[in-house]
Design a protein around this ligand. Sequence first.
Ligand SMILES: Nc1ncnc2c1ncn2[C@@H]1O[C@H](COP(=O)(O)OP(=O)(O)OP(=O)(O)O)[C@@H](O)[C@H]1O
Length: 266
Amino acid sequence: MTAQTQLAPPIGVDNGPSVALEARNLIKDFRGFRATNDVTLDIHEGEIHAIIGPNGAGKTTLFNLLSGFLKPTSGEVRLFGERIDTLPPHQIVRRGLSRSFQISSVFPTMTVRENLLVALQSRSRLPGQFWTPLSRLEKLGPQADAILADVGLADSHARLAADLSHGEKRQLEIGISLTQEPRVLLLDEPTSGMGSEGIDRVKALVRQVAQGRTVVLVEHNMSVVSELADRITVLQYGSLLASGSYDEVRQDPRVIEAYLGDEGDE
Ligand SMILES: Nc1ncnc2c1ncn2[C@@H]1O[C@H](COP(=O)(O)OP(=O)(O)OP(=O)(O)O)[C@@H](O)[C@H]1O
């Protein structure tokens, strides 16, 4: 029983920002290929933190390590000081970290509101089985309606999820994540595949859901990153290349060469 379990965060020598999520010397190998190479980073409580990098830089792998969907080959992930990389995903969720799920988590033949009711039921673990009649979930209605308003889908509550636009599905997907009441929300490419209208909507939504919580996003669109992110981590070849504000990282010659230089500044 070494002093491993419930210790206070190992950092905190000064009075800097509190750390919500931290990676320490994370390594992930896939059959001998090192996709994450000794990454150490702090995500501050309350910030919007973007993870960027060229294709294949290891963003998704890091995202999956931070959210517990992949176990590191070595290194640690801590949520509010508590080690989580050893926990199964559902226990990580219970400790306050939730990730956006892809469209597959949405039931297309249910309405938008019903999707949230079902997600809330699994969170609240109301007595009952998988096939609890929807009518019995109505006690969760007020919570569902509040989330619908938060994600801008109040007017679409009765539409079938299958009929939503790509951007609206993303809104629903984020709403489903919010049913878990996360303190830290991880969003994987929230604007991917969207036109400018959808991007604007998701940008506003990310700002909205970031109120009072920490948001980490993997994002390719640099204008989204520059507008939303308080701090940015840049990856290249699985390693941390730079980290800081948008202005700091965009002036870093290594970043310009590795990434921003590729894409132009727009
Ligand atoms: N399960 C896996 N098995 C083997 N190699 C993998 C696996 N997952 C990722 N990789 C490799 O790890 C590297 C990083 O992949 P990752 O998807 O994390 O990068 P990324 O930055 O998210 O890329 P993109 O921007 O293209 O989505 C890539 O070379 C990829 O081929």
